[in-house]
Design a protein around this ligand. Structure first.
Ligand code: NAD
Length: 470
């Protein structure tokens, strides 16, 4: 599964550099694919192609753009098995989950954006003004490795629907689904310059995209650290920037919640994709009087989530995406132990899985919210159970985080859960088991980011407003 060329201007293009990036399988620790390591020259050509493409794409009638998105979704649908397999290797996602959530779900979202743009209101009369929504231009997209196709689609689909063209740099560790998107674009004959993809490092290719004078907007998903750098480079060019950054989300279990339902749901949420999920509920807040009961239920639920080879049908939790990720998670687990959190289960590398970037799913109890394991995004299978005394304390602890991406509340009644949810400074809150909604905007308060993705409102990020007075 090797790709030797970048994709821009409607065709595969030889890289101006001669290096490539090895893509590793997280379960075998073996190289299983390669992609080109792009250069600033490659970026320059790709951005120029996107700029040329913008002139015609932005003028296409909405209905035609919507139809292109539907064709792209159909072409991607035929690639679901390859996409899921690639991501199971790259990220360690269990194959069943990879098929549904890493492949089928983002492909469905491509098609949904066709409907969103058909339904969008692009002109409005305000007094003596006609206010028009126009596509912002060329969008530079930089994405992480944890949900590689989903993160790319969250940017590309609404951007294209709005009339923008894009240049994407996928994550070095999980670039393959982006190349499959390029194959699909080529197969359907998507107009030249609409989707452009250059693989490579963040420092070289990512920064070249963000700094390029022909890029009008930057949409980034990734770490807080990289987000800071990207915002400053984009700021230098006075470019609009959307940032989807990290999280340390709290799940508040109130004292009248049905613990037998709430605690397993909280554990499942935290452990999804082996904890490599930005919105994961990694802090579970429980009333002090019911702390030990919650710990026992959490431990029992975790024991049901089998750790193993992502290609084994019984596996729920696969390995982490890289040795670096594994070592960083193990480092934070050690810090938790040193800081005095009670290790309930896990806490190291599984002896029965010596090969692969595995970390035992881990629960810490009696965690103080000031500890590093409660403040830092671990991005691995580690749950911190934090006791609280009153409902007001629970909200204070939930909000005592640099991040504000997601969260949950479970209470005895929907009214009580809603009242708590309204007090949480975070972009999404699921109450009493509320399911993920593809129509709901997703994004962060505080250091979790700027802007929103997902659903019809995500398209708004890719518009400029023009007022015409008459
Ligand atoms: P990362 O920040 O290391 O890398 C993300 C992308 O940015 C990669 O493509 C990387 O090459 C690129 N990059 C890094 N430095 C750059 C620079 N200076 N200029 C331009 N590009 C640069 O993040 P990661 O380790 O790939 O992903 C994990 C992080 O992503 C976690 O913090 C997670 O919470 C976050 N995330 C957030 C969301 C969200 O929607 N809020 C979703 C998924 C992941």
């Amino acid at each position: 599964m090797t790709y030797e060329k970048h994709f821009y201007d409607g065709a595969w293009q030889t890289s101006s550099g001669n290096e490539s990036i090895a893509v590793m399988s997280s379960a075998t620790e073996q190289e299983f694919a390669r992609v080109p390591r792009g250069t600033a020259d490659d970026v320059d050509r790709a951005v120029k192609a996107a700029r040329r493409g913008f002139d015609s794409w932005s003028r296409l009638p909405v209905e035609e753009r919507a139809q292109w998105l539907e064709k792209l979704a159909a072409a991607m649908k035929t690639r679901v098995p390859q996409i899921a397999e690639a991501i199971a290797h790259e990220v360690g996602t269990a194959l069943g989950f990879a098929t549904k959530v890493q492949a089928e779900f983002p492909i469905m979202m491509i098609g949904m954006n066709a409907k969103f743009i058909r339904d969008a209101k692009l002109e409005e009369e305000l007094g003596n003004s006609l206010v028009i929504k126009e596509p912002i231009g060329v969008v530079g997209c930089v994405t992480p490795w944890n949900y590689p196709l989903h993160q790319a689609v969250c940017k590309i689909a609404p951007a294209l629907a709005a009339g923008c063209t894009i240049v994407l740099k996928p994550a070095e560790m999980a670039p393959l689904s982006a190349f499959m998107l390029a194959e699909a674009a080529l197969e359907i004959g998507l107009p030249k310059g609409v989707i452009n993809i250059v693989s490579g490092s963040g420092r070289v290719v990512g920064e070249a995209i963000i700094a390029h004078s022909d890029v009008d907007m930057v949409s980034f998903t990734g770490s807080l650290q990289a987000g800071r750098r990207i915002a400053s480079v984009a700021g230098d060019g006075i470019k609009k920037v959307c940032l989807e950054l990290g999280g340390k989300s709290a799940f508040v279990v109130l004292d009248d919640a049905p613990f037998d339902k709430a605690i397993p749901a909280g554990v499942n949420n935290c452990m999804q994709n082996s904890g490599q999920t930005c919105s994961a509920w990694t802090r579970m807040l429980v009333p002090r009087a019911r702390h030990d009961e919650a710990v026992e239920l959490a431990k029992a639920q975790l024991a049901k989530l089998t750790l193993g080879d992502p290609f084994d049908r019984n596996t729920r939790l696969g390995p982490l995406a890289s040795s670096g990720q594994r070592d960083s998670v193990l480092g934070l687990i050690e810090q938790g132990k040193k800081e005095g959190a009670v290790l309930v289960t896990g806490g190291g590398r599984p002896s029965h899985l010596p090969t692969g970037y595995y970390v035992e799913p881990t629960i810490f109890a009696n965690v103080d919210n000031r500890m590093a394991i409660a403040q830092e995004e671990i991005f691995g299978p580690v749950l911190a159970i934090i006791p609280y005394d009153t409902d007001a304390d629970a909200i204070t602890i939930a909000n005592d985080s640099p991040y504000g991406l997601a969260g949950g509340v479970w209470a005895g009644t929907p009214e009580r859960a809603l009242a708590a949810a309204k007090q949480m400074r975070t972009g999404q809150v699921d109450i009493n088991g509320g399911r993920f909604n593809v129509l709901a905007p997703f994004g962060g308060y505080k250091k979790s980011g700027i802007g929103r993705e997902v659903g019809p409102l995500a398209i708004e990020e890719f518009f400029q407003l023009k007022s015409i007075q008459r």
